[in-house]
Design a protein around this ligand. Structure first.
Ligand code: MN
Length: 161
């Protein structure tokens, strides 16, 4: 998968990668719902991974977490930022057919409230999650000095205490 620019509040990249006549995924538009939510999709693609999505700025900012979200403090997980998704994607579950981007089964692993506590643009996000599996204060910290240009590697972990 080529690196994608996420976190821009645009769905250009999302649309570019999909053929909506062949995928059950929705086309969607950026929109403000007034809700503060998150979802984690369990995505049985070529490689199983989990997609963390935070509702910020009218889109779902998204990160692919290969080893799954950390449920306990002290566990740091790689989270690769991917393209922003439409807010309505928060309820999506289904099967993306073979031959399409992200082909495989998508199901909701956890969901709930999300409150952005602090953002240092393109560096750090601090937020609270109120889900069934993920609950408490979490951080996403961008890893600096990636060797591959455009790479969007972050660390995802739960705060102690
Ligand atoms: Mn995915």
């Amino acid at each position: 998968m080529s690196p994608v620019k996420g976190g821009k509040g645009s769905l250009k990249e999302y649309k570019k990668r999909r053929d909506f006549s062949k995928s059950p995924e929705l086309e969607g538009k950026p929109k403000s719902t007034g809700k503060k939510r998150f979802v984690v999709h369990e995505h049985h693609a070529t490689r199983l991974h989990w997609d963390l999505r935070l509702e910020i700025g009218g889109v779902l900012r998204s990160w692919a977490v290969p080893k799954g979200p950390p449920e306990e403090p002290g566990v740091k997980r790689l989270a690769v930022q991917t393209e922003d998704h439409p807010v309505d994607y928060i309820d999506f579950e289904g099967v993306i057919p073979e031959g399409n981007y992200g082909a495989g089964t998508v199901e909701i692993w956890d969901a709930g409230s999300m409150e952005l506590v602090e953002e240092k643009k393109d560096k750090e996000l601090k937020f609270t999650l109120g889900g069934k599996k993920l609950s408490g204060i979490y951080y996403l910290l961008k890893i600096k000095g990636g060797k591959i240009p455009g790479e969007k590697n972050w660390l995802f972990f739960k705060a102690k205490g």
